[in-house]
Write a protein that binds this ligand. Structure first.
Ligand SMILES: C[S@@+](CC[C@H](N)C(=O)[O-])C[C@H]1O[C@@H](n2cnc3c(N)ncnc32)[C@H](O)[C@@H]1O
Length: 339
């Protein structure tokens, strides 16, 4: 809950205390994001009682931190996307557009790659909040040739297709002529991102070294992610879940990211601020962002911290219209850049 000292509708102290502009938190742009979601998922609101019940069930699983249960059925996924993704999309748009000026820079700069493509990977991004925020930002900036790939362990395929179509219609991208087609590509791939132990090149093909030391043929869809081609990786409210699933495999993932990303790649991590994000290592408990700073920056993995805040408040402004509750959010923010 927001502290009483600050009136609702007011933007918080933020990581961008020295960033004067809060353009992407303006009510006009934020309302446009909500309206796009409302149009895209209009059928989901048609039975408010049923929706309220489903939301309650999802809430119960989220509260119990049973994420597999929270994301297990199509109804639950739709309920999550209309109930939680809107607030998140608004917060992420503000973070990406206002608090992390390097992100708009990446979206609009000329890249060395063929077609001047900018590649973005959203880990745990199936629910679409960060995808919608990135698409909105790209649209606002008139960015070209941006590929956004969301990967997620849950089956967000159907929801993502709807969001994809809603975004394209909402921004008029579906009406662009052939020469402008494919400007911004949004894709989803269902995968367990922790299914990436270290890779070895053997016999000309890819094999993987399992955690117990066996070498196996690599079948993981992970193989499709070329971390070396990425300009930006986002991990929004997913880090805690990854560590809860497996600390060693999550550390391996961050190691893999560090080894394979090229200089200039940005890694954006947001997660609940406070004790919810504490992690136990041996007999000690640390805030998860301290662990991340340690493994990415202090441990010579080759990253620098460019934006850093342990508690950003994002508050919903008063006049926004949306049929369901919108939530204030408080999170830690880390933007790392590969040196
Ligand atoms: C709390 S939700 C956050 C969703 C979204 N990033 C947001 O901020 O609204 C965490 C997401 O991470 C996904 N996830 C959890 N474990 C994963 C894994 N091992 N690989 C890929 N995705 C995972 C979940 O399915 C879920 O969609």
């Amino acid at each position: 809950m927001a502290p009483k000292s600050r009136p609702p509708g007011q933007l918080s102290r933020s990581a961008g205390a020295d960033v004067p502009c809060h353009k992407y938190a303006s009510p006009v742009i934020q309302q446009s994001v909500l309206s796009l979601l409302r149009r895209t998922f209009s059928t989901v609101y048609s039975d408010p009682e049923m929706l309220a019940q489903t939301i309650q069930s999802v809430k119960g699983h989220l509260y119990a931190r049973d994420y597999a249960a929270a994301f297990k059925s199509p109804d639950y996924l739709l309920a999550y996307v209309v109930r939680w993704s809107p607030s998140r999309a608004l917060a992420y748009l503000h973070v990406l557009g206002d608090l992390c000026p390097l992100v708009p820079e990446v979206l609009t700069r000329s890249s060395q790659k063929p077609n001047n493509t900018k590649n973005i990977l959203c880990i745990g991004g199936g629910a679409g909040g960060e995808v919608l925020a990135l698409a909105t930002l790209a649209n606002e900036l008139d960015a070209k040739n941006v590929n956004i790939l969301a990967v997620d362990i849950a089956d967000w395929d159907d929801v993502f297709v709807r969001l994809h179509d809603g975004i394209r219609q909402g921004f008029g991208w579906d009406k662009k002529d052939d020469s402008a087609k494919g400007i911004i590509e949004l894709r989803f791939s269902q995968m367990d991102i922790l299914d990436v132990p270290c890779y070895l090149k053997a016999n000309g093909g890819k094999t993987m070294l399992t955690t117990d030391g066996d070498v196996q043929e690599l079948e993981s869809p992970h193989d499709n992610i070329d971390f070396g081609s990425l300009d930006l990786i986002t991990i929004m409210f997913t880090t805690n879940e990854l560590f809860a699933q497996s600390k060693p495999r999550t550390l391996t993932l961050f190691g893999h990211i560090s080894e394979n990303c090229r200089p200039g790649t940005l890694l954006l991590v947001l997660e609940s601020a406070g004790s919810y994000s504490h992690i136990q290592i041996g007999s000690k408990t640390f805030p998860v962002q301290f662990l991340l700073d340690h493994i990415m920056v202090d441990d010579a993995a080759g990253w620098e911290k460019v934006v850093n805040d342990d508690a950003v408040w994002f508050r919903i402004q008063n006049d926004l219209k949306y049929p369901l509750e919108l939530e204030n959010m408080r999170f830690f923010l880390r933007l790392y850049r590969k040196i």
